[in-house]
Design a protein around this ligand. Sequence first.
Ligand SMILES: [Fe+2]
Length: 435
Amino acid sequence: MKQSKDKNIRSELKKLKQENKRLKVLLHLADNLQAHLDLDKLLLTTMQEVAKILDADRCTVFLLDEEKQELWSIVAMGIEKGKEIRFPADKGIAGHVAMTGDILNIPDAYQDSRFNPEIDKKTGYRTRNMLTMPLTNRDGIIIGVFQILNKRKVAFDQSDEELLAAISQITATTVENSLLYEEQVESLNSFVETLSATLDTRDYITAGHSRRVTMYTLALCEQMQLGENPCEELRFAGLLHDIGKLGIPEAVLFKAGKLTEQEYAIIKRHPAVTRQILGNIHFPRKLKNVTEIASTHHEKINGNGYPDGLQADEIPLGGRMLALADVFDALTSYRQYRDREAIEKVWDIIEKESGQTFDPKVVQVFLKTPLNHLIEILEHDQKDHLDHQDLLKLAPHTFSEILKIKRGRIKKLTTTQKNLEKLFDKYYLRKYMPA
Ligand SMILES: [Fe+2]
């Protein structure tokens, strides 16, 4: 009697321990998944974590593309990143689960007539056992399918099914949040792109300015390895930095002659107007600094800028980056009445202002810009003229190399340096062709 009671207690304890372990796993997963809003990263983390938790070889989350009636997975483990698997939503085991909502636990895939061996054929993988479960949202609608392949030692059992059911619920919620978020960012993106392009078109004197400033800033961002999110903020800030010019009368903005003091004061209002306009746009959390960055592009390190006369680190790094990109573009752009300023003169002006207008660190980083990138940005409006072979030749060289050549700092140029100068001039000294 006592022995059987002990056995019961031991079995209950074992169950409790298992339950405890499972709860910990779920909490850890939920925590991990909620940190990601980016769909690719979210799916990748889910697939890696779930394969680990269930001691399986591979886990794939297929999402249902309602419009095309296809199941797709953007990143599958063991398959090259970015490669997408897509197939009709009613095909194979995953298709069956997507259509019926059944849970399928199959100990030998090749013995099951519903199994679609095409993916194995494409990827060179051999599926043995599999557990497939629908991903269902809070309204009970199937949004995708969870598929776990090749449990390492044995086949999947009842407790795996229960655990995966709980994981599916967490995943469905996080995936839906992420999809909603991506949709929001996408619509904001198309709105901002259109707004910025409209601004660039309105101001025919500086056509394409916002786009090029954005590209220079992103080139700096890449060199500084600031990470994906700060770069995304900079992209939005770059596209919108001069949006405040919409509030400047055309008679002042496009005046051909010299501006009066009063007119210049009106022009100087535009970053404050940028702040006002952007302050009314609701940016998602990860783009919360866009307004501040965009509206500080005329601040100067020495405090003599506008609208707030901020100094040094008081100006956000993004604002300091935009300031340099803004002036570099103004100096290197064609105007109706003149060609581009010589590049060595452009840099003389920038260097003189380093530590006054510009952050010296940002100025130094700009020198590292690869030449192919620089030419691509300079010639962005005329990119049909760009020769791909030329860009390849420019790619190993930086902006500082061409400056040394142009400033006559090298006594005797090598053939490579002479060719590099010729190639740079081919684009930089191109005669202005009005559109
Ligand atoms: Fe501006």
